[in-house]
Write a protein that binds this ligand. Structure first.
Ligand SMILES: *Cc1c(COP(=O)(O)O)cnc(C)c1O
Length: 402
């Protein structure tokens, strides 16, 4: 059975719309990254789990030896539930309350603080709990303004111009810091800007003895089409590894090197299968209307993201032009004017790169159920999330007499 036939079989078995994750692909990506940076003595990869928070995906990463990057206290709790040791979890939130930071501290996880107000409050609360600092390196990187988070006007991180103020707070409170962190954006296609960030971070670190780690964030780009650019790990590794080794030597300490990729690790492992409900011809366009929408798969509408769409029911069909649309009652386009194997009502379409920021961004808009998720593990398929039902939609509704 080939790959397409296997996907069709899963669509028949579990129904559509359906997310499928291939754990082999996740493992390959994890190993690729480990290998590319294997010359760095103390390397840690923390999976940025907001990309895909299914508990089974987290457990799989734990098994691979990965740590976890989390951005909410709920993600921290999911990580603990998946069995991660607290020190293998790093909490890197933005704009959260001091209560949420305190709660993370009560779990014993690593904490990255990204503003001076909370730094001061936390320092007064518990100066013995070492924290990391998120630096804003003032770099424009990322594939879309919505996912560029390291530029000067971004809400993320503490500006490197504010280091003197930060030092004053550390002195006043007695708080120790254990690491520095940056994350400049997703889908970075230009290694140069990433390297500028690395340089900024290493420069700052020089001034702070006894650091445990430096966390260089993520933003690794994966290809969304055949000829799309991707982050070339060997080029990146060549430019960073030596720099880091030299840094450690002058610093006089073997500092742990952290990356926290989300998309790189899971994007390509995912397939989203949808059923074609209707083919509709208008004066200008042939629409293929499918049994899903941006409530399940937001990236095309939110980021103008391009995801490959293939008609796996008709792999040898003649290529024709279609606009693939969802059933949500407003503009809802998966792919505009795409060349796809001839589509018939009832066909199953496969949308690629569906492992990262797809299910995790889904909603119940239009009162639709969120889809089920399946994981392929050791050659077998496992249902890892049930499709929702009407019960799920009304679970928290409190009916009053009206
Ligand atoms: C989202 C996020 C990541 C992961 O970004 P990718 O582009 O998916 O690799 C890493 N670190 C932090 C702090 C994040 O918020």
């Amino acid at each position: 059975m080939n790959h397409r036939e296997h996907l069709i079989q899963l669509a028949n078995k579990y129904g559509t719309p359906l997310y499928i994750y291939d754990s082999c692909k996740i493992q390959n990506q994890y190993r690729k990254m480990k290998k590319a940076f294997s010359e760095i003595k103390s390397l840690i990869i923390n999976y940025a789990c907001k990309a895909n928070t299914n508990l089974n995906i987290l457990k799989f990463f734990k098994k691979l030896g990965s740590g976890l990057d989390t951005v909410s206290i709920q993600e921290v709790e999911l990580g603990l539930k998946a069995g991660f040791q607290p020190r293998k979890i790093i909490f890197t939130p933005n704009g959260v309350s001091i209560q949420e930071i305190k709660k993370a501290a009560s779990f014993g996880v690593r904490i990255t603080i990204d503003n001076l107000s909370i730094l001061e409050q936390f320092g007064e609360y518990n100066p013995n709990y070492s924290v990391g600092i998120r630096i804003n390196p003032h770099i424009m990187a990322g594939g879309h303004l919505k996912i560029s988070v390291g530029h000067i006007d971004s809400k993320f991180g503490i500006s490197y111009y504010q280091i003197p103020h930060m030092k004053r707070i550390l002195k006043n409170t007695g708080l120790k810091i254990e690491g520095f962190h940056m994350h400049t954006g997703s889908d970075i296609s230009n290694i140069k800007s990433f390297l500028e960030g690395v340089q900024v971070l290493l420069q700052i670190a020089t001034d702070f003895p006894n650091l445990d780690y430096i966390d260089f964030g993520s933003g690794f780009k994966v290809p969304y089409t055949k000829n799309d650019i991707k982050t070339d790990l060997s080029t990146l590794s060549n430019s960073i590894t030596d720099k880091f080794k030299v840094f450690c030597k002058t610093y006089g300490n073997q500092v742990t090197f952290i990356f926290e990729p989300g998309k790189f690790l899971v994007s390509e492992s995912g397939y989203f299968l949808v059923h074609v409900n209707v083919i509709k011809h208008t004066t200008s366009t042939v629409f293929a209307g499918v049994d899903s929408g941006f409530n399940h798969f937001l990236r095309p509408m939110f980021y103008d993201a391009y995801h490959c769409i293939e008609n796996i029911s008709n792999p040898n069909g003649r290529f024709r032009f279609y606009t693939v649309v969802g059933y949500i009652c407003e503009s809802d386009t998966f792919g505009l004017n795409r060349k796809i194997q001839e589509i018939r009502e009832g066909d199953i379409l496969c949308i690629k790169n569906a492992g990262a920021y797809c299910f995790s961004m889904s909603s119940n808009y239009n009162s639709r159920y969120r889809p089920s998720e399946v994981m392929i593990l050791n050659g077998k398929d496992f249902l890892i999330r049930k499709r929702e039902t009407m019960q799920d939609l009304i679970r928290n509704i409190v009916e009053i007499d009206i």
